[in-house]
Design a protein around this ligand. Structure first.
Ligand SMILES: Cc1ncc(COP(=O)(O)O)c(C=O)c1O
Length: 459
């Protein structure tokens, strides 16, 4: 019997979920314009849309919320968060933000000019959107193994160091106001980045005087992968590994809705005091005062506790074990998934699973819609709907390397039997996959169209 580490918690509060009838699911899809973002949560049975802000907080986090200090300035909650930030990240300054993209927006506002480039292993869609919204050009330089389903490279999120060096030479460091890396690499399958790679990336950026920023959303999962997979790191704690990671960088953005296991929150951290002054001005204009940044005091306390819980190794063994379990069960059925298993999500290669649907007709969208229709499961397309874009110079459409569907697993929320249900639904879809057809877009906004675009079937 295949299994994963038993959940290292017992359930004290429950939230009922219910599978509505297939005919009701079909109506819901029509109403939503075949965009799963348009579904109501009570129309969804197993919600794997995102692991962002959807985890279950612990009794210690709920307890900490009760002592939240709602003072406008200098709240004790901020002091407690500062202590956790200091312990893990060690940057000289930070501001809380209401979520990750707010940190990205402020970072782009204070660093980026039109026409400049920001390299990374792979930017997440909100980072990409924020860079483009300022006229910047996000550039992805992940290793080629990231796109090879068969490769079992242990750190598929790594930056390709040669590509990075060549890119800096070609563009010129003066046109690169900051360099980034995303840990783990969400847009590329939740794959980790090795400590060795992070050290090398830091060295390259710094040798060109390019400030190095880490998108730290899933830093704890990345640290645990390093502990499991990187020679020489097996005896380090995840906290020690995290401390080493952030000592290499000049700053970080984070959505606390991931590895801090809270429902809302984020931060932007930097070492540079002059930059921090600009950040504070921008924050006050858009988010709130510098000691609360758009959050309630109680939210800051929940983050302070959650950041440490996210690094707990029993929790991380269960967390990564659950993801690996789902990957292994799907593999047994012959469903093409990204391997090795990533941290927070399982990615099905819909392009491979549904080869009859061309990229321009969105195989990932077809699979995501079918998962809801067949079993009330909400997963999200991460292919051409989310990532295809027209070249700013030629107008020609660029398609992403892979047409993925992401099943993100909320933290401490679903059990092994929920995972088994998901496997069963996908088994049924796999049995009739030849009959599925693609979609065309009826209406779309200019940026980040996957959230609100509407579709119709091409059949
Ligand atoms: C890698 C990465 N960066 C940034 C973000 C944006 O965070 P938020 O949704 O809190 O704005 C996300 C969210 O999923 C993410 O996965």
């Amino acid at each position: 019997m295949s299994t994963h580490p038993a959940e290292p918690f017992r359930i004290k509060v429950v939230e009922p979920i219910h599978l509505i009838q297939e005919t009701e699911r079909e109506k819901a899809l029509q109403r939503a314009g075949y965009n799963i973002f348009g579904l109501k949560s009570d129309e969804v049975f197993i919600d794997l849309l995102t692991d962002s802000g959807t985890g279950a907080m612990s009794q210690d986090q709920w307890g900490a919320m009760m002592i939240g200090d709602e003072s406008y300035a200098g709240a004790r909650s901020h002091q407690r968060l500062s202590a956790a930030m200091e312990k893990i990240f060690g940057f000289r300054h930070f501001v809380p933000t209401h979520q990750g993209r707010a940190a990205e927006n402020i970072l782009c506002a204070v660093t980026l000019k039109e026409g400049q480039y920001v390299p990374s292993n792979m930017h997440f869609d909100t980072t990409e959107g924020n860079i483009r919204a300022r006229g910047g050009r996000p550039t992805n330089l992940v290793i080629n193994e990231a796109f090879d389903n068969k490769s079992d490279h242990p750190f598929k999120g790594n930056m390709d160091l040669k590509k990075l060096e060549d890119f800096i030479k070609q563009i010129g460091p003066e046109n690169i106001p900051l360099g980034m890396i995303t840990i783990t690499n969400n847009a590329g399958g939740g794959q980790p980045v090795s400590l060795e790679n992070l050290r090398a990336v830091s060295k390259i950026y710094h040798s060109h005087q390019i400030p190095f920023f880490i998108d730290a959303c899933r830093f704890a999962e990345n640290a645990y992968f390093i502990k499991l997979r990187e020679p020489g790191c097996e005896n380090k704690s995840t906290l020690e590994i995290a401390q080493e990671i952030f000592s290499l960088a000049d700053g970080a953005t984070m959505s606390a809705k991931k590895d801090a296991i809270v429902n809302i929150g984020g931060f932007l951290a930097v070492n540079d005091s002059a930059l921090f002054e600009k950040i504070c001005n921008e924050l006050i204009l858009r988010e709130g005062f510098i000691t609360y940044g758009g959050l309630a005091g109680r939210d800051l306390d929940a983050i302070a506790v959650g950041l440490m819980e996210g690094l707990n190794e029993d929790y991380l063994a269960y967390r990564l074990g659950q993801t690996a379990y789902l990957v292994n069960e799907l593999k047994k059925l012959g469903i093409p998934v990204i391997e090795p298993a990533g941290g927070h999500a399982v990615y099905i290669n819909a392009g491979k699973m549904l080869p009859q649907i061309p990229q321009a007709e969105f195989p990932g969208q077809a699979l995501a819609v079918e998962m809801y229709r067949a079993g009330g499961i909400r997963a999200v397309e991460m292919g051409s709907v989310a990532f295809a874009y027209p070249d700013p110079d030629s107008g020609e459409m660029h398609f992403p390397e892979m047409e993925l569907v992401r099943m993100a697993i909320p933290r401490r929320t679903y059990t092994q039997s929920h995972m088994d249900y998901v496997v069963n639904v996908l088994k049924n879809i796999d049995a009739k996959k030849e009959s599925l057809s693609g979609y065309r877009i009826i209406k779309e906004p200019k940026l980040m169209r996957h959230f609100t675009a509407t579709f119709e079937s091409v059949s």
